[in-house]
Design a protein around this ligand. Sequence first.
Ligand code: ZN
Ligand code: ZN
Length: 139
Amino acid sequence: MSEVLAAKTKCLCGNVTISAESIDPNFTVCHCDSCRTWGSGPFFAVRCGKDVEIKGDISIYDSSDWANRGFCQNCGTHLFYQLKESGEYNMPVGLFPDLADLEMSMQYFSDKRPDYYCFSNETKQMTEAEIFAYFASQA
Ligand SMILES: [Zn+2]
Ligand SMILES: [Zn+2]
């Protein structure tokens, strides 16, 4: 595993500030329907663990049995995707423009990617079936 990074950031309007202490620069991309409905394109996310401090007025949307999505109440900036069971945060790469050594490491729901875009990055990929099989094996 690569070295983790610490960073602070804020939403577009500045109402919400975030401090994350252990960010993995190997970010993931999710092509699922929910992520693309939420943000138009795939969700580029860095894993931030649980060592995250968020201040300001946020709204939390219960988006699936396993995760919540958070956004600024004022400007709507997407802030996080949080796994309910572990409490771990995945946060948009775009919130942390100054991180060093960012590298796309995984594409989730690769079979859900529509034909109108495609990345040339060579990454690991998991289909929906592979993801559900993986999490079932972890339970
Ligand atoms: Zn805001
Ligand atoms: Zn997704």
